[in-house]
Design a protein around this ligand. Sequence first.
Ligand code: FE2
Ligand code: FE2
Length: 227
Amino acid sequence: MSLQIRSRAVKPCIARLIATSSTQHPSTAYTHLSRTHGSATHATPTDLTASQRHALESALRVDQAGEIAANYIYKGQLAILGRDKELGPLIQDMWDQEKKHLAVMDKLQLQHNVRPTVLSEIAKVAGFGLGAVTALMGKEAAMACTEAVETVIGEHYDDQLKELDSFASKHPSLPLLKGIIREFRDDELEHLDIAVDHFSQRAPAHALLSSVVGGGCKIAIELCKRI
Ligand SMILES: [Fe+2]
Ligand SMILES: [Fe+2]
């Protein structure tokens, strides 16, 4: 079952997300400074194999870069569509969630001693350009961009969860990390749903736009894992 079909079956909306108490989310371990979680939020596992360590570092490097790009995509969309009465607030809500995702990924990157990608600045420019250009093509094209990006990111987070499940380490940071990735994956699928609900699939040349944007995201993910 594709991620899109799964997310559509849940049929969530951003209002429910806002209504849900944020204290229920694993990410609050990093966003609510009053909470202490000991080594879960302040240490990295030392009992990983070399390949598991490499996988953990690649995952966090690409997640941080992806959240940077997502922030700039929504920033670019908002620069063009910010005055749209319907889409402006929706894009702002999604951007606000991406700001939280990035803040948490920044903390995870430091906690696990992961080098950021050297492509961070490129991710900002490319993200802003993608968001702004697709928004200039029209509201449906902007939503098609969101649909394509969030589909790839949702699948990417799902793949990471499967990989982390194979780790034998009992370090408390790992279940917390999985909870956060699960939370963020669900947020990205909410964004995907919002895009489809706002007629992403009516965009001109939707299939072409989706494959270009989605393909670009997949290439960026592979690059950021490595450099
Ligand atoms: Fe995100
Ligand atoms: Fe997102």
